[in-house]
Design a protein. Structure first.
Length: 265
């Protein structure tokens, strides 16, 4: 891909998602765009660039191939341990209504890990619990909504929870593990672009998981996002970020409570 074509894609991706692609990402982007070209039956990246410019709906397809959706069940177990602790605290204080947000939920394993953690402490059927799970990638959100995972994906889920919260069903090539409806009804999936606050939700939220997405943003985009999360969280609410992320250098009131975990004052 020619440098000027790469730069045009880079500008479009930044304007529409806040994702900052460095000069070192040219090969990766070319390979990912190549996939989209094949799907659309196009030959050259320039043709695809012209299409993206002409048809704003194709931005969705572009961001679907550009975004990195790597995730796993119970990624960063220490976060789920603290999340469980907080939930127990809230329950002990008599709280029965809970609102959580998995921002950049990818294929859904993060919000489902959150729900298993909560339900194992107190049955969710007796509580008003909702997780809003959002992502920019419609492809990832489609998988999240299907909630059907291959055996290797559910490996990190302890056996007892696999039996309790999943149903093994025949899949296209191999059996899949499908999250049971009793758990799924506590999560709502929506497409949301984290780089363009304000967001349409009304807080206050009890905890926010915004993990492994800020690494793709530059400082101004991170700043806007963190300020918006701070606005939506309740006082003493918790923000979990990715283990390679930090709020250092961001103007906010959050205080660090443990690795990659912050509390609103
Ligand atoms: C590496 S995954 C992280 C998933 C999960 N939070 C975790 O930690 O396992 C990053 C996700 O961020 C999403 N993403 C990237 N830019 C975004 C944006 N501007 N708004 C919302 N989601 C975005 C990607 O589509 C992808 O699903």
């Amino acid at each position: 891909m020619e440098a000027r074509v790469y730069e045009s894609f880079r500008d479009i991706v930044y304007q529409t998602s806040g994702i900052s692609l460095g000069p070192d990402k040219q090969e990766l982007v070319a390979a990912r765009i190549g996939k989209r070209l094949r799907v659309l039956g196009l030959q050259r990246p320039e043709e695809y660039l012209a299409l993206v410019r002409k048809d704003p709906e194709e931005i969705v397809g572009l961001l679907d191939v550009i975004s990195t959706n790597f995730t796993s069940f119970f990624r960063g177990q220490d976060h789920f341990d603290l999340f469980a602790e907080k939930f127990e605290e809230y329950l002990a204080a008599g709280q029965t209504r809970f609102r959580f947000w998995s921002a950049a939920c990818s294929t859904g394993v993060e919000p489902y890990s959150m729900l298993m953690t909560l339900d194992s402490i107190r049955s969710l059927s007796s509580l008003d619990v909702k997780i809003l799970a959002t992502d920019i990638s419609t492809r990832a959100l489609g998988q999240a909504q299907e909630a059907a995972y291959q055996a290797k994906v559910v490996e990190p889920v302890r056996n007892e929870w696999k039996m309790k919260y999943f149903e093994k069903q025949p899949g296209e090539r191999e059996p899949v593990w499908v999250v049971r409806p009793e758990l799924r009804r506590h999560v709502v999936f929506r497409r949301l672009n984290l780089s363009q606050p304000p967001f349409p939700m009304t807080g206050p939220l009890d905890c926010v998981f915004c993990r492994n997405v800020m690494i793709y943003f530059d400082q101004p985009v991170r700043q806007r996002l963190v300020s918006e999360i701070e606005r939506l969280l309740r006082p003493k609410g918790i923000l979990f970020v990715g283990h390679s992320e930090t709020l250092t250098g961001i103007d906010c009131g959050f205080r660090a409570v443990q690795a990659a975990t912050y509390a609103k004052p």
